[in-house]
Design a protein around this ligand. Sequence first.
Ligand code: SAM
Length: 436
Amino acid sequence: MRDAGRIAAAIEIIDAIETRHRPARNAVKEWGRDHRFAGSGDRAWIGGLVLDTLRHKASVAFAMGSEAPRALVLGTVTRAWGWTADDLASKFAGDEHAPDPVTEEEAAGFTRDISGAPANVQGDFPAWAEPSLKRVFGKDLITEMQAFAARAPVDLRFNGLKVQGDKAINAVTSKIPSAHTGALSASCIRIPQTDPTGKNAPAESIPAYGKGWVEVQDEGSQIAGLAAGAQAGDQVLDFCAGAGGKTLELSAMTGNAGQVYAWDVDWRRLRAIFPRLQRAGARNVQVRDGDETTLSDLEGRMDVVFVDAPCTGSGTWRRRPDAKWRLSEKQLEQRIEQQDEALDNAAKYVKPGGRLVYVTCSVFPEENADRVEGFLAREPDFVQRSTLDAVLASGGLADGAENVLAKCVDESGALQLSPHRSATDGFYIAVLERVG
Ligand SMILES: C[S@@+](CC[C@H](N)C(=O)[O-])C[C@H]1O[C@@H](n2cnc3c(N)ncnc32)[C@H](O)[C@@H]1O
């Protein structure tokens, strides 16, 4: 396919997403299924443009004076990708699959200055979220949120149970030459995502992935795991284990010595954990897939209880840009209730002197500092400790990471990561110690 036809396809898909409320990735897949002539390169290009259009939806609509799919896509190609009206004219000329020629009004939108637009428009986030996001980012609100409208890299964590540093990195770079070591986690290998028309890095297709040497895990999520400080011999409960991303990291931190228990309130979510444990060679994990009574023998015994809480996922908006426009205040309220419940239920498993690590992939203070503050008011036996100290003590940081992470420390000593501050997803990480 030529670029003009690909742009026309992106317009069609955005229309389907907006009018039929289809999740973006499904809409892209369905388009590919219905248009078999499109090759994998075409589908990646078109999918990339669709996601970029959703990432920049508010700012582009404002500049173009229209929310129509055509305005959004043409505005994204020009304003986010840097193409000009002339570039489009020459690509569209004589191509029967091209969209209609660009109008003068549209061309004016391609270069319109929007520096006077409201913060939610410049930062491409839902207007209702502004008071919350302002609380966490203050004067940097627009810059911080603009970083959420960029594409995200693919991060891998190499699995210390199977492979060490250079060998893991060589195994990845031999197949994906652009990969490099991470800046924060010593176990991170980052595959950059720079070219807006490039294909997603095929991380899951490389032999090192098949052998269990690497897992896909955002570097911010890796830092969250490090905050647990799990060591050989520890008893660790992963209380919101889900598909087991953190369980694998916790098991690797213990070097398969000690015991990691994986549990989730929804046993169906644990389904994916079993093949992952096997692939990773994680042999000290017990998956408990019953109701919470199946954990009764663990009460007061855990060195670490890890609460990777259900959340709005606002910290992952780079990867799921349609989610940011779908999220509602009501959903935020539901998550807050689940977070309090998870924290309160998890606390009883922590032994005296043990740690409760509370993590979300969100940047809303209502899901983060407010939840921790409420928990500490209900549970006087816990005190908050410095997350940065915990992460430093884990020994799992890359050289120079401390300087970056020091900029992510909030008033209470928790870490709030973000694409702008730490070049990661927006993870929140708090460490709470049982002192009574
Ligand atoms: C962010 S996901 C966990 C992701 C997982 N730890 C990973 O790294 O792949 C949150 C999980 O919390 C679970 N959950 C929700 N409410 C819970 C509760 N009250 N107690 C325990 N788990 C809960 C959800 O079922 C979901 O699987």
